[in-house]
Design a binder for this molecule. Sequence first.
Ligand code: GUN
Length: 293
Amino acid sequence: MSARIIDGKAIAADLRARVGEAVKTLPGQPALAVVIVGDDPASQVYVRSKVKETAAAGMRSLHVELPVDTPEADVVARVKALSDDPAIDGILVQLPLPAHIDAQRVLDAIDPDKDVDGLTDAGAGRLALGRPGLRPCTPYGCVILAKSTGEKLAGKNVVVLGRSILVGRPAAMLFLLEDCTVTIAHSKTRDLAGLCRTADILVPAIGRPHFVQGDWVREGAMVLDVGINRVPAPEKGEGKTRLVGDVDYEPAAERAGWITPVPGGVGPMTIACLLRNTVLAACVRRGWKTPAL
Ligand code: GUN
């Protein structure tokens, strides 16, 4: 079997366009604040895209850039001020934060109703309890991609590799809400290959290039590769790099029924879902009718 490709780039573009259309129908303009501390190059690229796409969808965006040595208390105070600012609907603090800052203290300063990343205690709690709320963007993007295949999700065995706060844990909760049977695997899991072969839907989110071997993929399974890893690409020239996922793509695609490429799979969904969450947050907070998105 040769896998059908799940075109995350196109699905994300479609969602961004639908968000843009929905924004036009709102009685006001939602506003997203994106906070970055320090100058990590990859984070800067992500944050610039988030700010740009927010504006492209017709929303206001506030780009808050703080120096790498900003004291934790100052970052917390800045985030608290955004939480208290009635003009701001969504707040995203880009992770990771510099080592001297306790990320949880900063996240705790986000008003849960503005938590467009779904990372506060309240956001994660609402998800764990299956209550309505803003869902973490990357894992929610995985669920949208899984649904885009037209496959029925209820009853499927999902194996999530990785237990991160940003992806693994919320992905497991989201697939559970879709009535899947979910297993979270991690560094202490025994017989990882055998476990992965039980998956109807495999969601690797560990950040290790080509970690998942082709023969770990069950024939016909769906593979949603969350990994985005930069590796040397000497074939492109000296010092060049390329992006690869957590899955050894070609052999996995031979066996899978569906697979997301890297780049162009799960990655583009993160920002599209962030824009969606910003609209949802604005509607709930301001009492506007929530558009179907
Ligand atoms: N760093 C990498 N991905 C993300 C994300 O989705 N949200 C935040 N806040 N930080 C990230």
